[in-house]
Ligand binder design. Sequence first.
Ligand code: ZN
Length: 304
Amino acid sequence: MAEYQFITYEELDDGAIARIMLNRPEARNAQNRGMLVELNEAFLAAEADDRVRVVILGGNGKMFSSGHDMGSKVAMAEYGGPTQHPTRTVNGGTRVSNENLILQEWHYFFQNTLRWRNLRKITVAQVHGPVYAAGLMLMWSCDLIVAAENTTFADVVATRLGMMGVEYFAHPWEFGPRKTKELLLTGDSIDAEEAHQLGMVSKIFPEAELGERTLEFARRIAGVPTIAALLVKEAVNQTMDNMGFTNALQSCFTIHELNHSYYAAKSNGQRWVATAEDDGIQDWRTAPPVEPALKNTVGGAVAG
Ligand code: ZN
């Protein structure tokens, strides 16, 4: 079996269930390039293995994933020098200006997520803690989502980075159109209960039982004939595609790149996102914490 540095891959129930865990707990499972490439390899390995019926995707440590790795030493070292990640010199990595970003983000943020969404196996995201920004897209690529009681969901890239949302813009399909506008324009979060009411989350489990209860859930699904499971998935995904899901996401990816291009033009190519200094957004290091969307709402029984 492949050796992984940033994830773990387990075979359970004689291979019927593959469990992939993001394994950078010290970095809040931030997604660096190496992790995303390993994740793709792991998903494709599970897809190729005819014994596998269900794939679980979770995260070790305090949270599922805090989003893209925007600056850890590990991530910085992947950009260049002796530790440069090999994918930094292919798929647009040697191109200049926006062409570099447009191609690299298409391959490693957008197209890979879409590929996992279309995996020929049933996938279950097992999430806990704050699931922010690119943590959402990883989770959304899965067929089903189960969450610990302490889970919160937010896309803070508009308020913290001046961007219209993450590269895989599934928000309107998951939250609904108005809730998407609200959450993106405020940076507020929803909790597991609200996500359950929206239909985004299937089950809420106590945090201490998350791994075991997710496994029980996956075992029920693994008992369904593989052809039925696949065609249920395909029927739903094709229905969404007939409503425009994949085309809409492709369009929104282009809009996302337009947003990056704005900052590149404004800064003569020095940066791709907003900064507190130049664009008046709140500095993410000193910005107030993410607030629950229901706070201070009549009937919104959220403390604090
Ligand atoms: Zn981007």
